[in-house]
Unconditional design. Structure first.
Length: 367
């Protein structure tokens, strides 16, 4: 049996409906900020429960644009987690600010107890990352931000549908970024992103900024950029956002099946603690394991496409050299890099595939 990490072949096995929608866009020539973009934005905002969604070119831009508009720039520091994808730090660097890292906790998200030690007179914002579909302790983040007069931007690219104390991600900070990359739960046929905000003025400025600052074809109110969500991508996203809750529930179902099975194993496999107040949506299913590289090779040899997110911590990458961190700076993140493994998890996994993944992990450890 083969159990693939990617599910795109199943998700788009029947593409006729999508192609019909795209054909209509082509026939109408409605390619740039077409009607489907606005419709998708409304659907996306409704699912999250926020008043304003602004489609942009990528999840990375969904972080860059609001930081730029709210004055984050050269000389400023933005605190974020050492355990994240490169794009989070890249977005901070793109606006001219300096990323300041804090180690992660057992759930792979920022350790809120260490944040205040990282605050300086240059700190302007906190950018928590809801990594793997887990949710940062946002009440604590907001309390810290209020005490120190800091902005909060949420990196929610991996956490569509997640919540903390029944309050959805993207409802805490001034703005939040989502990704529509093909590997995300709600994805498109290329790149795309969405900014969520409760601030009507910021939403209006984002719509200007993403489109060169134009208020019409011939007049520009501000200098902006080209970061529009393509109409074709909005067409694809709109069909999927209608099924967002079913997709989320199915991913949770698989994650909980894995959790129950692996918690029953011996100490060779460690399931991260799941907080009761968090609705974890399992963008990634990551375990801490012994003999990680051997298990990785075993699973892939048995047709199970395991991954590692990520084998080299971001603060030890060449791109981060000027930040001044070194091995030992973030011990939890560094230990995780040697122990973590990601198992296939998506909404299309069948029961026999889930059973096979569990069986092969158990077989490797002789459980």
């Amino acid at each position: 049996m083969e159990v693939n990490f990617s599910y795109l072949d199943r998700q788009f096995a029947d593409i006729d409906a999508y192609l019909g929608d795209i054909r209509r866009v082509a026939e109408e020539g409605d390619f740039t900020l077409g009607a489907a973009v606005g419709e998708f934005e409304k659907d996306f905002a409704k699912f999250i429960g926020q008043p304003h969604a602004v489609g942009v070119a990528s999840g990375t831009d969904a972080l860059i644009l609001p930081m730029n508009l709210l004055g984050i720039g050269a000389g400023d520091e933005v605190i974020t987690c050492a355990s994240t994808f490169i794009a989070t730090l890249g977005a901070i660097a793109a606006v001219g600010a300096t990323p300041v890292l804090v180690d992660c906790d057992e759930g792979f998200v920022i350790d809120v107890d260490q944040i205040e030690d990282a605050i300086t007179d240059k700190t302007k914002a906190i950018l928590p990352v809801h990594y793997t579909g887990n949710v940062v302790d946002m009440p604590s983040i907001m309390s810290i931000a209020e005490r120190h007069g800091l902005l909060v931007f949420e990196d929610a690219c991996q956490a569509l549908g997640a919540s903390y104390d029944d309050k959805p991600v993207a409802s805490w900070g001034i703005a939040s970024g989502f990704s529509l990359h093909p590997l995300k739960a709600i994805n498109v046929w290329g790149d795309g992103g969405v900014v969520l905000t409760q601030d009507a003025e910021l939403a209006e400025m984002l719509r200007l900024y993403r489109n060169h600052g134009l208020i019409n074809r011939d007049e520009a109110e501000i200098f902006g950029v080209n970061s529009r969500l393509d109409t074709v991508q909005a067409v694809v996203g709109r069909r999927l956002i209608r099924d967002a809750e079913d997709i989320t529930e199915n991913r949770i179902r698989v994650g909980e099946r894995y959790d129950a099975a692996f918690r029953a194993m011996n100490g060779c496999v460690s399931v991260p603690r799941r907080k009761q107040e968090v609705r974890h949506v399992f963008h990634l299913y990551i375990l801490r394991v012994e003999r990680r590289d051997e298990l990785y090779a075993h699973l892939n040899s048995r047709g199970i496409e395991a991954k590692i997110h990520y084998p080299k911590p971001i603060h030890l990458q060449k791109a981060s050299e000027k930040l001044g961190y070194q091995r030992g700076s973030f011990p939890v993140t560094e230990e995780d890099a040697d122990r973590i493994i990601s198992l296939p998890l998506h909404q299309y996994l069948q029961e026999d595939e889930i059973d096979y993944v569990i069986e092969e992990v158990k077989n490797f450890y002789g459980s």
